[in-house]
Design a protein around this ligand. Structure first.
Ligand SMILES: [Mg+2]
Length: 251
């Protein structure tokens, strides 16, 4: 049986605390669907589409249904939420393509990042990791040009530490870079600078790429949603969120 979230997070935080005492420790966090729940960002983008007079004229019935959309934390992309409304890509191809275009433009922009909510316990967990003595790095597939400004604002507004020294942010320098390759390259470089490195990440493709490039990195799979293209090795720790007080485990 898999250990519970409380037990898993307790073990991880004790290890990070011990490693921070012994040597330099870096804890890396992905942002989307790792530290942040994106449900409200996606909902806001879809509501804007559904309320647009231009789109309502083109797709009156579909827009009316889209206003009732519910995004679950486990939804990856639009297939699941739109299919729940009976608006599948197969049945409504023109509408679907139009919604998808609006989703992509909004999702990969600064504009809707203020809707993102931290996963339960995430802010406290990152704050405690810093207190233990580890450095923190937010390493994201978001790119500088489209999402850099909004990401900084969102991190600060939601209470995540970001001093640029012990808590830093690295975004993709160009949008076209492959997420997994970008993260693997960055982490491989950092592995030479730190005694130990941890990565919290929700996308198995990224986890597997980092494991290949830097097998010494300790992984935590945040099981929210993912592309479904790959799975993580069963030996990797898994958590659904961060909702446990780390102080409970302090000695
Ligand atoms: Mg992610």
């Amino acid at each position: 049986m898999l250990p519970g979230t409380r037990e898993t997070l307790g073990q991880i935080s004790r290890q990070i605390k011990d490693e921070s005492r012994l040597a330099s420790c870096l804890v890396i966090f992905d942002l989307d669907s790792t530290l942040y729940d994106l449900a409200l960002r996606v909902t806001a983008i879809l509501h804007r589409f559904a309320k647009s007079p231009e789109k309502q004229a083109l797709y009156p019935e579909e827009c009316s249904r889209l206003l009732g959309v519910e995004i679950h934390r486990g939804d990856w992309g639009l297939h699941e939420p739109l299919s729940r409304l009976g608006l599948s890509k197969e049945q409504y191809p023109a509408f679907w393509d139009d919604v998808h275009k609006a989703w992509a433009n909004g999702f990969f922009s600064n504009e809707f990042l203020t809707y993102d909510k931290p996963l339960p316990g995430a802010v406290r967990f990152v704050q405690d990791v810093l207190k233990f003595g580890a450095d923190v790095l937010y390493l994201t597939g978001r790119d500088v040009a489209r999402m850099g400004t909004g990401t900084e604002v969102s991190l600060k507004e939601t209470g995540f530490p970001l001093d640029g020294v012990r808590a830093r942010l690295t975004l993709k320098p160009q949008a076209g870079l492959d997420d997994a390759q970008f993260k693997a390259d960055e982490i491989k470089r950092l592995a030479a600078e730190y005694g130990s490195i941890w990565l919290f990440e929700n996308e198995p493709v990224n986890i597997n790429a980092v494991l290949k490039a830097a097998p010494q990195v300790k992984m935590v799979f945040v099981d929210t949603c993912h592309s479904g293209l790959e799975s993580v090795p069963p030996s990797i720790a898994q958590i659904p969120h961060f909702e446990v007080s780390i102080e409970d485990f302090e000695s």
